[in-house]
Design a protein around this ligand. Structure first.
Ligand code: SF4
Ligand code: SF4
Length: 253
């Protein structure tokens, strides 16, 4: 039995009388609420199987619709209640692709906090499952790839290259990719933070934490930005990783 939050039901299907007395019994308000049934014939039975076939989608089978994920989700609670991980999983299982498509504008808003995954009592890797659903939707041409996917790829390429998260390269490389002029030193050609056309909002955002940063940590970060330390034996590990990723169909370099 599916759980349906009131917000998910179209208002025209909700019947409710403010004042109603039946056989002398007062059933006003929510006591007489009826949701009109609807006939659905736009489902795609292969959709669910395709989600399961994705490397990130396998755990969708464990979901028993308790909604812990949605209750923990900051995007649902503080931004837009249409963003509802439990409901997306429910729709994907039934193959209700039209319903998923209606929510495509909010489905990309996950901030990858993993609260849902930590709280799921059934071990569903919720965030990954949602990515798998989006991936299948994009593959079927139901939605367009969202710009954030481009950042995902940029991020992944950077980690794949260095075996670690290179904050400086990631941040300034991405800014440059967006068309901003990033100033670089003439020898190593590394970005000089806050010089060039770095957007003001980023300067405002970064300046406060930097001011409060321990000096040793600042020096370490600057050193890393210049010399890009690699994880030990990364080149060997990279070959193994590449093989696994290609086999899983995640990406190919
Ligand atoms: S918390 Fe887990 S089991 Fe519960 S609805 Fe979310 S994904 Fe499904
Ligand atoms: S990872 Fe995404 S879906 Fe999960 S709680 Fe965070 S924002 Fe919500």
């Amino acid at each position: 039995m599916a759980i349906h939050e009131r917000s998910l039901v179209e208002p025209e299907r909700v019947l409710r009388k403010e004042r109603l007395v039946v056989d002398g019994i007062d059933v006003s308000g929510d006591w007489n609420l009826i949701i009109l049934p609807r006939t659905i014939n736009d489902y795609d039975l292969d959709f669910y199987d395709e989600v399961i076939a994705q490397p990130e989608g396998k755990t969708i089978v464990n979901c028993y619709q308790c909604s812990y994920c949605t209750a923990s989700c900051p995007v649902h609670n503080y931004w837009d209640e249409r963003y509802n991980p439990r409901h997306f999983i429910y729709l994907a299982r039934l193959g209700l692709i039209d319903e998923l498509q209606k929510r495509a504008d909010v489905m990309w808003r996950c901030v990858s906090c993993h609260k849902c995954t930590h709280r799921c009592p059934k071990g569903v890797l919720v965030e990954e499952v949602l990515k798998a659903i989006l991936r299948v939707m994009a593959k079927k041409g139901i939605i367009e790839e969202y710009p954030s996917k481009k950042f995902d790829k940029f991020f992944m390429d950077s980690v794949y290259e260095h075996g670690r998260i290179e904050d400086g390269e990631l941040l300034f490389g991405w800014i440059e990719k967006q068309g901003y002029q990033v100033a670089k030193d003439p020898i190593l050609k590394k970005p000089i933070p806050f010089m060039g056309g770095v957007p003001q909002w980023l300067k405002d955002l970064a300046i406060k934490p930097i001011k409060n940063m321990n000096i040793g940590f600042l020096i370490l970060n600057a050193k890393h930005m210049l010399f890009h330390p690699k994880t030990k034996n990364w080149n060997r590990f990279k070959q193994v990783l590449r093989k696994v990723m290609e086999e899983e169909g995640v990406f190919a370099h």
